[in-house]
Design a protein. Structure first.
Length: 276
């Protein structure tokens, strides 16, 4: 009888423990999170500096790397990843509307600005009618790229042009009749020999062994809505793990790591670091 009672008590304790674990998981106190990454240097930053910070707090992190950025947010919506590091606020908000998601940004990430590069010219003074410029094919990065050309006075962006629905018809000539070549962002860097100039996303430059962001003939002053963020689903925004993830990105430890790596020279740094 005593043995039976003991077995029953152990069973009840096991059930209570399991329920407690599930409750902790659902309440946001979980210690295992899955983070998704697109193309860029952000996974490397995470593995080398953010991961050790989280591990000290008892977290286990699973990584999911996507070959195409467009695959990341659907994975977030379906719950196969808890957070992502690859996109800007503008891109996130556009995708929220497109797929009826509810993502929010919780922290800014050191990000590489776009820049205007060339292997055929050493100066911007060579521009003329018919000059070819390669720009990214996705609306958000294309809008950023053409803003650089607008700042130079090469083209003009029409009043009322959006971001999520931006396209080549959103611009018109200004000082010059520029021949715009629309390419996949990953192809522009390797296609520079085929055009006069190309606007390259900075993460591709940072991953290139023989190029620096500071080599650009013109670097964008990246607006806040185009700076890279840590994204989570809104329901997770106030969980402890999300707060710890945010704190890691805003920490002095992560700042020192980034500033100590030559490859990140020219990156746009989080405003939160001014408080460190």
């Amino acid at each position: 009888m005593k043995k039976l009672l003991l077995v029953m008590m152990i069973g009840v304790l096991a059930v209570l423990t399991a329920c407690g674990n599930k409750e902790a998981e659902s309440s946001g106190d979980k210690k295992k999170i899955t983070v998704g990454f697109g193309v860029g240097t952000y996974e490397e930053q995470f593995r080398q500096s953010i991961l050790p910070i989280l591990e000290k707090k008892g977290y286990t992190v699973e990584f999911k790397t996507f070959s195409q950025n467009m695959q990341v947010n659907p994975a977030m919506k379906e719950g196969s990843i808890d957070a992502s590091i690859f996109q800007s606020t503008a891109y996130m908000e556009a995708i929220n509307k497109e797929i009826n998601a509810d993502m929010v940004g919780i922290a800014y990430v050191p990000g590489a600005p776009q820049g205007l590069y060339s292997v055929n010219h050493t100066t911007l003074d060579d521009v003329k009618d018919g000059t070819t410029v390669a720009v990214p094919n996705d609306p958000v990065n294309q809008e950023r790229a053409l803003r650089i050309l607008e700042e130079l006075g090469w083209i003009k962006i029409k009043e009322g042009a959006g971001v999520a629905d931006f396209n080549i018809n959103s611009m018109e000539p200004d000082k010059y009749k520029i021949d715009i070549k629309i390419l996949d962002p990953a192809q522009i860097l390797v296609s520079l020999q085929d055009v006069d100039y190309g606007v390259v996303n900075g993460n591709y430059i940072a991953n290139s062994p023989d190029r620096k962001i500071t080599d650009a003939l013109k670097i964008e002053n990246t607006p806040m809505q185009h700076r890279i963020i840590v994204s989570v689903n809104k329901k997770d925004e106030d969980t402890q793990w999300a707060k710890d993830l945010k704190a890691a990105y805003e920490s002095k430890e992560f700042e020192e790591y980034i500033l100590g790596q030559e490859k990140y020279d020219g990156f746009i740094l989080p405003e939160a670091w001014k408080n460190n």
